[in-house]
Write a protein that binds this ligand. Structure first.
Ligand SMILES: [Zn+2]
Length: 657
C-alpha cells in the first residue's frame, strides 16, 4: 500500500495571465526552508492551474506569459534537497486557456448553454471529458513526466462530468446505444466518460512510472468509485469545514473512506473561508481541530494554501501551520499504521443513490447521534465485510436491492443486530418490508403529521412519560405477534390545514393511534419515523435519546463508556504492531460566528474525564501521549477505566496490552 506523509501542503497557484512578475520573488532556498521550518514533509505544487497556465518550461503554448523562472522545477529541486515530497498538480476539468481557444470543448447543458460562468461573470468553465481536450491534458501530463522524471506523484483536479449535451457526447451516446433523451442514460454515460479518463491516464502514467502516487479529486469520496479505485494509489479527502463542506463532512466521509483499503489524508485549508481566500488565516484552534481530527480518524494531514504570484510563501501562514504541524509531528508515533476499533456500521445512503446532498441529512443525523453518544462506527455499503460490526444502522431510506437484502439476511443469520427507520428495509417498490424477521409490517404513510411519541417502559428513561412531538411524517406499522412495542404513536386532533388549525404551530396531542413508533423483535429494532434525518433537521435531543436507548438494548456493552459531554468526540485506533490501542479525545466546539460560517476560536478544557474502554484483559500500562504521563487504571467487568486529568483540545490515551 502506498503510504502518505503526515504533514502536507496543497499549494494552490491559480494565477491570472494579467498578473505580472510570476515567481519574481521566488527564492528556492527560502521556499524550502519555510516549509521545513513549519515541519512540512510533502507539498503538492503546480504544473497547470485552473487558468490553464503552466508554471515551468514547456513546449506548450499555455506557459504563463509572465513566468520569470522555471518555477516548478526549482520548487521540486529545493524540496527534494530537504526530503520534502512534491506531487504535481494538474487541473483537468477547468482550463480557461483552452476554454477560450476551444469553446467547442466545453460541457453543454440541456438548453445548449456552455456550462460555467456567464459571459459577463468572472469564473471557471467546465471542459467536457469526452472532447479532444483530454488528448491535450494527457500530452501535457506526459511532458511533465519527462521533464521531472521520476515524478513523486500526480494530483488531478476537477474530475467530473455533468449531463453533457455537446456534439461529441451526443455522437458517442448514440454509438454506444444510449439514449441522450433519457437522464439515466446521460448520467450513465457521464460516469463512463470519467471512468475511462481515469483508466486511460493511470495506464499511461504506469507505462512510465511504476510507483508514483495518483489521485483524482472530486471534492468527495463517492461510493460509485469502487470499481475504478484500482486507478488510485491513495485517497485525499478535500473538506474545508468553513469552505462549504461544513464540520460534518470530513468525519462522515472518512468513516467510509477508511474502509476502502488505502492510505488517506484530510485536506483542510489555512484560509478563514475557502480556496483563493488570500491574506486570510484560520484560527489556530480551528486548524488544530482539523489536523487532530484527521489523526483521530487515522488520516494524514494536508493544509491548503495559495502561493502569492511573486512566488513567496507567507510567513504568517507558515507560522500558523508550523504551530500545528509541530504538534502533529509529536503525536505521529501513536497515529501511524492504525486500524479503527469499531462495532457499529452505518449504511451509506449515497451507496444506493439516495443522498440528498454531499452530506446526506439522514447520515449526518446518525453520525451526530453516534458521535455525541461516543459510539465507535464505520460508514459502510454492501461491499464491506459486515462480520466485524455488532450492530448495523439502516437510516431512513435504504431500499433492499437483492444484493443488500441478501447481505442483511446473511448478517442477521450470523447473529448481527439491526436498527432500521422509516422506509429502510422495504423493497425498491416501497410496498413492504422484505428483510426476514422485521418487527412490523408496512400499512401506509401516517395520516397525521406532526404526530407524537409516548414511550413504554424500555424507553421511558430516554423520553420520560411525556409525549414528544415528531415533526416529520412517519409510517403506520403493524407489529408482528411476537414483537415488543417500545413506544407508541399518538395523534393530534387533526392536521393543520385551511379548514382547521390550532394556535401558531402543529395541533396538540389527543389520543393513541394504535400504531407503534418503535418496535423490537429479536435483534431488530424498527422506528416508524425518519428519525435520523429528523435529528439533523430539528436537533431534538429526545430523538437521539430514543435511538441511543434502543441501541443500548442491542449493544449493552459498548466499546467506550464515558461521562464526557456530547461535545467531546472519542475514537479508538488500534496499532497492532505495537500491541496497543490509542483513545483519542477531541474537545473543540465549532460555533456559528458569522451569517454562514462556523469556526472555532477557543479551546474549552475538560477535567477529570472518566473513560472506560472495553478490553479483554487488564492493560499492562496506560499513559497519556505524547507526554508519557502514566494514568491509574482500574480493570473490572471487562473495562479498563481511567480518569483523564485534562483534555485541552486533543488528548491521546494509550492502552498497552
Ligand atoms: Zn460533452
Amino acid at each position: 500500500m502506498f503510504k502518505l506523509r503526515f504533514r502536507q501542503i496543497h499549494l494552490d497557484f491559480h494565477t491570472s495571465e494579467q498578473i505580472p512578475g510570476i515567481g519574481s520573488r521566488f527564492d528556492p532556498e527560502e521556499f524550502a526552508e519555510t516549509l521545513a521550518r513549519a515541519r512540512v514533509n510533502s507539498v503538492t505544487a503546480f504544473s497547470k492551474c485552473h487558468h490553464g497556465l503552466i508554471y515551468h518550461e514547456t513546449r506548450f503554448e499555455a506557459r504563463h506569459p509572465h513566468l520569470q523562472r522555471n518555477l516548478l522545477k526549482e520548487q521540486i529541486d529545493a524540496c527534494h534537497a530537504r526530503d520534502i515530497r512534491v506531487p504535481i498538480y494538474i487541473s483537468v476539468g477547468f482550463d480557461e486557456f483552452m476554454a477560450r481557444r476551444h469553446p467547442e470543448w466545453l460541457e453543454v447543458d440541456g438548453n445548449g448553454r456552455r456550462t460555467g460562468a456567464a459571459p459577463l461573470q468572472p469564473g471557471w468553465h467546465k471542459l467536457c471529458f469526452n472532447s479532444p481536450y483530454l488528448d491535450y491534458v494527457l500530452e501535457q501530463t506526459l511532458e511533465v513526466m519527462e521533464l521531472f522524471a521520476p515524478v513523486d506523484g500526480f494530483f488531478f483536479d476537477i474530475i467530473g462530468q455533468g449531463q453533457c449535451h455537446c456534439p461529441f457526447c451526443l455522437d458517442s451516446m448514440r454509438q454506444e446505444g444510449l439514449n441522450p433523451e433519457e437522464e439515466a442514460d446521460r448520467l450513465r454515460f457521464a460516469k463512463r466518460v470519467v471512468d475511462r479518463f481515469k483508466r486511460r491516464f493511470t495506464a499511461a502514467i504506469r507505462e512510465r512510472s511504476a510507483d508514483c502516487s495518483i489521485f483524482y479529486n472530486s471534492g468527495h469520496i463517492y461510493p460509485d468509485w469502487r470499481p475504478i479505485l484500482d486507478t488510485y494509489t491513495h485517497l485525499e479527502l478535500e473538506s474545508l469545514p468553513s469552505g462549504g463542506w461544513g464540520y460534518l463532512h470530513f468525519p462522515l466521509t472518512v468513516r467510509y473512506a477508511r474502509t476502502l483499503g488505502f492510505d488517506y489524508l484530510a485536506m483542510t485549508g489555512k484560509f478563514h473561508k475557502s480556496w483563493g481566500d488570500f491574506s486570510s488565516y484560520k484560527n489556530l484552534p480551528a486548524l488544530e481541530y482539523d489536523c487532530f481530527t484527521a489523526l483521530a480518524y487515522g488520516a494524514k494531514c494536508s493544509v491548503g494554501d495559495q502561493l502569492h504570484p511573486t512566488g513567496q510563501l507567507s510567513r504568517a501562514t507558515y507560522d500558523l501551520i508550523g504551530a500545528v504541524y509541530r504538534q502533529v509531528e509529536a503525536k505521529e508515533p501513536w497515529c501511524d499504521d492504525v486500524v479503527p476499533e469499531v462495532e457499529i456500521g452505518l449504511f451509506n445512503p449515497e451507496a444506493v443513490g439516495n443522498a440528498d446532498a454531499r452530506v446526506d441529512t439522514s447520515a449526518a443525523g446518525a453520525q451526530r447521534m453516534l458521535t455525541e453518544g461516543h459510539h465507535q462506527f464505520d460508514v459502510i455499503d454492501a461491499a464491506n465485510d459486515w462480520s466485524r460490526y455488532r450492530v448495523i444502522l439502516l437510516p431512513d431510506k435504504i431500499p433492499m436491492t437483492e444484493e443488500i437484502r441478501g447481505k442483511v439476511a446473511e448478517y442477521l443469520a450470523g447473529g448481527g443486530s439491526l436498527i432500521t427507520s422509516y422506509e429502510s428495509g422495504m423493497g425498491p417498490d416501497k410496498r413492504g418490508f422484505v428483510i426476514p424477521g422485521m418487527p412490523a409490517g408496512f400499512i401506509e404513510p401516517a395520516e397525521f403529521s406532526p404526530d407524537f411519541v409516548v414511550a413504554r417502559d424500555p424507553l421511558a428513561e430516554a423520553l420520560g412519560d411525556a409525549e414528544q412531538v415528531m415533526y416529520d411524517r412517519g409510517i403506520l406499522l403493524k407489529p408482528a405477534a411476537d414483537a415488543e412495542v417500545l413506544a407508541d404513536i399518538w395523534n393530534p386532533y387533526f392536521n393543520r390545514t385551511w379548514e382547521h388549525f390550532c394556535s401558531h404551530s402543529h395541533t396538540p396531542c389527543e389520543r393513541p393511534s394504535g400504531a407503534p413508533a418503535v418496535v423490537q423483535r429479536g435483534r431488530i429494532i424498527q422506528f416508524a419515523h425518519p428519525i435520523f434525518a429528523m435529528y439533523q433537521r430539528h436537533g431534538v435531543r429526545a430523538y437521539k435519546q430514543m435511538v441511543l436507548s434502543a441501541l443500548a438494548r442491542l449493544l449493552p456493552d459498548p466499546l467506550v463508556k464515558t461521562d464526557a459531554p456530547s461535545t467531546a468526540h472519542l475514537t479508538v485506533n488500534r496499532q497492532p504492531e505495537q500491541r496497543r490501542s490509542v483513545l483519542h479525545i477531541l474537545h473543540y466546539i465549532p460555533e456559528r460566528r458569522a451569517n454562514t460560517l462556523d469556526t472555532i476560536e477557543d479551546v474549552i478544557p475538560l477535567y477529570h474525564l472518566r473513560v472506560a474502554l472495553k478490553r479483554e484483559q487488564e492493560p499492562a500500562r496506560v499513559y497519556l501521549a505524547p507526554s508519557g504521563d502514566e494514568v491509574a487504571c482500574t480493570y473490572r467487568d471487562g473495562y479498563a477505566e481511567v480518569v483523564v486529568p485534562e483534555v485541552r483540545g486533543h488528548q491521546m490515551v494509550v492502552f498497552e496490552d
